[in-house]
Design a protein around this ligand. Structure first.
Ligand SMILES: Nc1ncnc2c1ncn2[C@@H]1O[C@H](COP(=O)(O)OP(=O)(O)OP(=O)(O)O)[C@@H](O)[C@H]1O
Ligand SMILES: [Mg+2]
Length: 306
């Protein structure tokens, strides 16, 4: 196995049809998508901001320096099953279209963690960022980048949890430090690389990581309108009427102290379970859907261990 294969899942060139579709299908994230589109293109190509400054303010501005120095790090934080991983692995499609460049998706493997070798984590992260930096330099054209890289560190809390946590191993602390050092080397280099860290435990993330982030995006459970959109789209073509959809929207909302369904509760649990209840002898009906929804509860809210 090459070093790159060892450190990253297979690299994917975006845009790519499956991920582009997944990106479009993510509901309730329009605000995040819009901010991300603008922030990501600026981080990947600072010159876009120079053009803007010339056009609207007649030239260079001190404020632009602030942007150039920003570490290219986004944190996606929030509830389980609300689109953090799905967006992190697909927004490069939109970025590729906006910038009119190929975007390479690198997903860091955190699996080899804990094999017991002191310093292994640090070395792996340092190697990963060194590789990304080399590729980022290659992607810098003379006038503008010829491609961009998105590096996803999913379930980042495993790696970047607070250094204050007493039970943390020496090696884990070193992992956090290596990660911060890696992000900082990228910041100093003006390379078209964006790092995205996803976590459902923002509170457990090291404050130094949060401080470095160019932006933090918060993901939450779907409200009525978003649940309606997900359900309507998932049940399309099955002759399920508006009244049933409305009942399902209400059944999957918060009940007393219980939270409402997450996006993945709807699309990966409720709808598949209903389909399975009908398969293979019957069509999916309103009755089946309502019965399955009544018998299912939402994924509990994540609560940090005391
Ligand atoms: N905003 C959304 N709109 C539509 N579907 C969604 C949305 N968010 C999540 N889903 C569905 O739920 C699945 C799981 O989402 P995803 O893996 O992105 O969750 P996550 O936020 O990363 O959760 P975790 O914290 O558990 O890793 C997606 O593949 C998609 O099918
Ligand atoms: Mg995830």
């Amino acid at each position: 196995m090459s070093i790159v294969e060892d450190l990253f899942h297979p690299v994917i060139e975006l845009p790519e049809p499956v991920r582009a579709k997944r990106y479009r299908r993510l509901v309730g994230l329009d605000g995040i998508k819009d901010r991300l589109r603008r922030e990501a293109s600026l981080l990947a190509d600072h010159r876009l901001l120079d053009t803007w400054a010339k056009q609207h303010h007649g030239g260079d501005l001190p404020a632009l320096e602030l942007f150039r120095d920003r570490p290219p790090l986004f944190v996606f934080a929030g509830e389980v099953g609300c689109g953090k991983s799905a967006l992190a692995e697909s927004f490069g499609c939109e970025m590729a279209d906006t910038l009119n460049l190929p975007v390479y998706l690198y997903r860091l493997k955190l699996t080899a963690r804990g094999s017991g070798l002191v310093g292994e984590m640090t070395t792996r992260i340092a190697d990963a960022f060194a590789h990304v930096l080399t590729e980022g330099r290659k992607a810098c054209g003379s006038k503008r980048p010829n491609s961009a890289l998105v590096v996803v560190v999913d379930e980042a809390d495993a790696l970047a949890q607070s250094r204050a946590a007493g039970q943390m191993h020496h090696e884990d602390r070193a992992g956090v430090d290596a990660l911060l050092a890696g992000v900082d080397t990228l910041a100093g280099e003006d390379v078209p690389v964006i790092v995205v860290m996803c976590t459902n435990r923002e509170g457990a993330l090291d404050p130094a990581v949060l401080r470095r982030a160019a932006d933090i995006f918060h993901f939450s459970r779907p409200g009525d309108a978003e649940r309606r959109a997900v359900l309507s789209s998932a049940l399309d073509g099955m002759k399920i009427g508006e009244r049933t959809i409305a009942e399902l929207v209400s059944l999957t909302g918060p009940r007393g102290s219980e939270p409402g369904f997450t996006y993945s509760d709807l699309s990966q649990r409720l709808v598949p379970a209903a389909v399975m209840a009908a398969f293979p002898d019957r069509p999916l009906t309103a009755d089946i859907l309502v019965r399955v929804a009544k018998g299912m509860s939402a994924t509990p809210e994540f609560r940090p261990q005391p």
